[in-house]
Write a protein that binds this ligand. Structure first.
Ligand code: SAM
Length: 242
């Protein structure tokens, strides 16, 4: 291949647009990192938990919404592929989800977990503060104020508890939309005693997964199973019923 042909692919509009997009995403991430660094962590009322002390709810919402536009598309595609397959397999193995049941996925971003539930034959939909444009699987919504009616979901799923501003409000909403006898399925990152996570968008942290689960058992949830997993991050798959 001639030298000029080799380089022509790299000088097309597509390459420049991608490079500019990558640069802009890095700049937004740097801006958010600075904003998050200025927000202190404070102990929560609940044992073993702490949360970010935002100036206002609007500041929390703005930071959470901003995350999608900082992610590099290649990273997101790779994560989407891996998490979609891994979660579908964990759901199959747990046997906690019946085909034909309705599943609501909270904080589902581009819909990765929604597609795992669809694979299992569920009627599934997600909500997220920022589902991006033209999302077929996820509607705009705040999990502290879910737009769906009481007792309308057989299953509620989330892997984003570390993004909660107010656990009391979130659990009240989960209890409201989950039908009696329904299941809550959580995937939670290890606590700080394990691998932990304290990126710039996390709003809450726990020392041990049990500290977090205590919030749910106190509100009447029973733990059916807890299964550690490694991919695409290290955490615990928890099945609860109410
Ligand atoms: C770590 S990402 C996980 C996304 C998705 N569950 C996945 O695994 O691909 C956290 C997500 O939580 C969303 N989020 C944060 N706070 C939220 C809220 N109050 N209501 C709904 N979504 C929220 C963010 O927009 C972001 O998409």
């Amino acid at each position: 291949m001639s030298r000029s042909k080799e380089s022509s692919g790299r000088t097309g509009r597509g390459w420049w647009a991608r490079t500019r997009d990558r640069f802009q995403r890095s700049l937004r991430a740097a801006r958010d990192r600075r904003a998050a660094a200025a927000i202190a962590w404070v102990a929560d009322d609940s044992e073993g938990l702490r949360r970010r002390k935002y100036d206002s709810y609007e500041q929390y919402l703005a930071l959470q919404r901003s995350k999608l536009e900082t992610l590099q598309p290649e990273w997101l595609e790779r994560y989407d592929r891996r998490y979609h397959a891994a979660l579908a397999e964990r759901l199959r193995q747990s046997g906690a989800v019946v085909p034909g049941s309705s599943a609501l996925c909270l904080a589902a971003r581009v819909g990765t977990e929604v597609r795992s539930f669809l694979d299992l034959g569920c009627f599934a939909v997600g909500i997220d503060l920022n589902p991006g444009p033209n999302n077929r699987y996820v509607l705009v919504g705040d999990f502290h104020e879910i737009q769906f009616p009481d007792a309308s979901a057989d299953v509620v799923f989330t892997n984003s508890l570390d993004h909660a501003f107010d656990f009391d409000r979130l659990i009240t909403e989960i209890l409201r939309v989950l039908r009696p006898g329904g299941r809550l399925i959580l995937e939670v990152v290890d606590g700080e005693e394990g691998e932990g996570s304290s990126g710039m968008y996390e709003a809450a942290q726990w020392r041990r997964v049990d500290d977090l689960l205590a919030l749910f058992t106190r509100r009447g949830f029973a733990i059916e199973s807890q299964t550690p997993f490694q991919s695409p991050w290290k955490g615990v798959h928890v099945v609860m019923s109410r």
